[in-house]
Design a binder for this molecule. Structure first.
Ligand SMILES: C=C(O[C@@H]1C=C(C(=O)O)C=C[C@H]1O)C(=O)O
Length: 288
């Protein structure tokens, strides 16, 4: 697990994991602020947006897909994707092996690479978030909402996507923590797959409600200009990012997709276990 977690407690301690999720709120808000300073630049996301530049190398994807592949190729070499909380957007089979020796991560999760919801993350990020947080600019080179900053905006997109991906896939650690706290509650709905029942078991409405209130306050503060008195100027129209949009991102996309990851992880939690191991978990009413 990355930053903000309490080193004194277990990486599967639920409050420890929630501290990491809370810290990622700050990271995601500030990265959205960075992206929001550039235009939408929709040309970056279409297959033929940069055909003249990219197709020479035989690459037929979009600017963003190319930049992701280039970025993740170098990150794979420094073993970023050996970490159980990192998931590439580029297919793993297309990435090179690390040039550094493997780190011995503790086997905390069952099959951490088995779930990857990054395609869904890209879809909602490009379709719903980028158009709403970026500013409207006058035409650049005769193209609407295009400021020509394809490198800067593209690198900010990648930073946003990576942070959102880390946050959503953190759901596997949350799910493992909840499972270990009361295996018997989950086992019947895994053996007879019941995603709705598993969703009900992992959903904590009070935690979600508190998160959205905290998030809106953070986004208003982080996105505000400070007045002469040093206080944030509210509703100045010069906010660096829309607090409403940040809250919508979490309410409509990040939280639901995190819970999808939690449920998907649980559905495969017993894979590969012996009948005796499953029977023991089915009888375990509390933490081991
Ligand atoms: C992440 C958790 O699981 C669920 C998902 C949440 C989220 O994505 O923010 C919050 C509470 C739960 O409904 C948790 O319990 O902390």
């Amino acid at each position: 697990m990355t930053s903000a977690s309490d080193p004194s407690s277990s990486p599967l301690d639920l409050e420890n994991i929630r501290r990491t999720l809370t810290r990622l709120e700050d990271t995601i808000i500030f990265l959205l602020i960075e992206r929001a300073q550039f235009a939408h630049n929709p040309r970056m996301y279409t297959k033929d947006g940069f055909a003249d530049v990219l197709h020479r190398d035989g690459f037929t994807g979009s600017w963003l897909e190319w930049l992701l592949r280039e970025t993740e190729t170098s990150h794979a070499k420094i073993r970023r994707y050996d970490s159980p909380d990192e998931h590439p957007f580029t297919p793993r089979a297309d990435l090179p092996a690390p040039i550094l020796p493997p780190l011995n991560y503790p086997p905390l999760l069952v099959d951490p690479t088995g779930i990857n919801v990054n395609p869904a993350i890209v879809t909602f990020y490009l379709d719903s978030i980028v158009p709403s947080i970026t500013r409207t600019v006058t035409d650049h080179l005769g193209k609407a909402n295009d400021d020509g900053n394809y490198g800067s905006a593209g690198t900010r997109d990648i930073e946003c996507l990576q942070a959102i991906s880390r946050r959503i896939h953190c759901g596997m650690f949350v799910s493992e923590s909840k499972f270990l706290s009361h295996p018997a509650a989950f086992v019947p709905h895994i053996l007879n797959p019941n995603p709705d029942e598993l969703l009900a078991l992992i959903t904590k409405p009070a935690v979600e409600a508190a998160l959205l209130v905290r998030l809106e306050n953070k986004a208003r503060w982080y996105g505000a200009e400070l007045g002469p008195d040093g206080e944030p100027v509210r509703d100045s129209g010069k906010e660096k990012v829309s607090a409403e949009e940040v809250v919508r991102l979490y309410r409509e996309y990040i939280i639901p997709l995190t819970k999808d990851v939690e449920v998907e992880y649980l559905l495969h939690r017993l894979d590969g276990l012996s009948q005796a191991e499953i029977d023991a978990l089915a009888a375990q009413q509390g933490p081991a």
